[in-house]
Design a protein around this ligand. Structure first.
Ligand code: CFM
Length: 547
């Protein structure tokens, strides 16, 4: 007999079995390990970061996307050249809505799409000459501080050495930092491999190049904040009002100068653990900068994160200023919650996004009185679900071994532990958690289902069973879900909306979700599972087009 973990939620175990029933036995067995139900205090082990089964329609992206698009995408003053066929460059060009301010030097290359536009002849005879020409041309026209070269699948297949080209050109120019990324699309199993490769190269080629001191009493870096829809602008404003100096953001609204001076900060704050925890760990080893996990999605989470930063610096005046800013912001948030929660209380949400937002955005739904019944990442690892305590147990497979692990040691002159072991122990005893992320599952409700790398079939089945009031995912899912009569919120690009970070962002989110879950338009669509007869299909489509 199946026991239900929480009688208030639909029977997740039964839904799982029904969803798996359609698969061939071998596929069902495999997928079953990536679908778990939260029950009590035990955190179930979930299968994650493994290859998608061929033939299954996945939400995932490629390694190149994670490197060029995600981590380096928001950098405005690096010329990012895609070495490959034009499609890779074009489709990774500003589709993620990462925003930037041009800055005083006016160097903003984000509005350009740089590509070597590889053709058949380059696949046959090699593309290095073409790449050299492209790097030279970019340098001659723009005189950038840095040029990044990103490898697409064919580059790895034909063996072009992008690193050799980068080295030569860097030496030739003298005043431009040129570096390459072996981030071929097929490397690893998802874009997560691209994050790791991007982190490694940022660390090797940029972080710590410029020792010019950065003034400020409380200096931090924000890691894993990519300024989608202007989120980083909201966070920058909050930190400034608190008196906290932001040395660098990796990489929303970032600059070359920020990256090169990032080792001046005294604390690294990690927003998106999945995409950038590597930089946090490497900077700690090399420079002695501790890292903590923060989250600026959700009003309560933003307040908690600001307080954590202030506690780290152990400064009374900073703590008082942080409380003042929180009080100012919460006055507005409380009004918004009172307005919207009345309409949203008790509604349900499902979130299937990336490697961090499916967790963070549950905070905002909780603030709206909404329940997250089912959630999952596209490419999270087990630690993003179950917490970093499972790191020693994660099996390293051949796909992960494919990605370089840099050996980092303390910098001979610049390693400077920001806190003594006694100070760290005191802060830890007071509740501060260093180098820690507890993952998504502990924050979910009993009886909720967690699924890694959800497939198209599973999405349809889950919506049929859960009938959520809103489904959160990306553009590939949007219209399929909406045709089932369920509003779909894009949590990658925000559907032209946002910012959603910080307190002001939370208010924007409350408003947008209230509008979506209370619109009557969705009842006019007939979901697939109710279209038994062909004439129903016709009638339903006709009904929609008639309106
Ligand atoms: Fe981190 Fe991101 Fe995400 Fe991500 Fe992404 Fe993104 Fe995302 Mo789209 S870095 S893991 S690779 S928070 S692009 S800004 S929304 S899938 S959940």
């Amino acid at each position: 007999m199946i026991m239900r973990a929480n009688p208030e939620l639909p029977d997740a175990e039964a839904i799982k079995q029904d969803t798996l029933a359609k698969y061939p036995a071998k596929v069902a067995r495999k997928r079953s390990k990536s679908m778990v139900v939260k029950e009590g205090e035990d955190i179930p082990e979930i299968q994650a970061n493994i290859r998608t089964i061929p033939g299954i329609i996945t939400q995932r992206g490629c390694c190149y996307a994670g490197c060029k698009g995600v981590v380096l995408g928001p950098t405005r003053d690096i010329v990012n050249i895609t070495h490959g066929p034009i499609g890779c460059g074009f489709y990774s060009w500003l589709t993620r809505r990462n925003q930037t301010r041009a800055g005083l030097d006016g160097q903003n290359f984000m509005t350009y799409c740089f590509s070597t536009d590889m053709q058949d002849e380059h696949i046959v005879f090699g593309g290095e000459k073409l790449l050299r020409q492209a790097v030279q041309e970019a340098y001659d026209i723009f005189h950038p501080k840095a040029i990044g070269i990103f490898s697409t699948c064919p580059v790895g297949l034909i063996g072009d050495d992008v690193h050799a080209v980068a080295r030569d050109m860097k030496e030739k120019f003298g005043d431009c930092n040129v570096f390459g990324f072996s981030c071929e699309g097929y490397k690893g199993v998802t874009q997560s491999a691209g994050h790791h490769i991007a982190n490694n190269q940022l660390f090797k080629h940029m972080i710590g190049r410029d020792d010019t001191p950065v003034p400020g009493k409380f200096r931090i870096n924000m890691l894993g904040e990519y300024n989608i829809g202007g989120d980083a602008f909201v966070i920058e404003d909050l930190l400034e009002r608190c008196g906290i100096t932001l040395v660098a953001t990796f990489s929303g609204n970032s600059t070359v100068e920020g990256f090169e001076r990032a080792h001046n900060a005294d604390l690294n704050c990690i927003m998106c653990h999945r995409s950038i925890n590597y930089v946090g760990n490497m900077m700690e080893k090399k420079f002695g900068i501790p890292w903590i996990k923060v989250n600026f999605v959700g009003a309560a989470a933003s307040a908690k994160s600001l307080r954590k930063i202030a506690e780290y610096f152990e400064d009374e005046a900073l703590m008082a200023q942080v409380e003042k800013v929180i009080a100012e912001e919460m006055a507005l948030v409380d009004v918004a919650v009172a307005r919207h929660r009345f309409h949203t209380q008790g509604k349900t949400a499902m979130l299937f996004v990336g490697g961090s937002r499916a967790h963070h955005y549950q905070e905002l739904f909780t603030e709206l009185g909404m329940e997250t019944v089912c959630a999952g990442y596209e490419f999270g690892h087990r630690d993003d679900y179950e917490g970093r305590r499972v790191l020693p147990d994660i099996k390293v497979d051949s796909d992960s071994r494919n990605i370089e692990e840099i050996t980092v040691t303390a910098d001979p002159t610049r390693y400077n532990p920001r806190k003594t072991p006694e100070e760290l122990a005191k802060l830890t005893a007071a509740g501060m958690e260093f180098s820690e992320y507890k993952g998504m599952i502990p924050d979910m409700r009993d009886g909720a289902m967690v699924i890694d790398d959800v497939s198209h079939w599973e999405t349809e089945k889950l919506i049929e069973h859960y009938k959520p009031d809103v489904f959160c995912a990306g553009i590939k899912e949007k219209y399929v879900v909406q045709k089932m009569g369920v509003p779909m919120k894009q949590l990658h690009s925000y559907d032209y909306g946002g910012p959603y970070a910080g307190f002001r962002g939370a208010i924007n989110f409350y408003r947008d979700i209230d509008m979506m879950v209370n619109s009557s338009i969705w009842s006019l669509a007939t979901p697939l599972w109710e279209r038994d007869k062909p004439q129903d299909v016709v009638a339903a489509d006709y009904a929609i087009s008639e309106r």
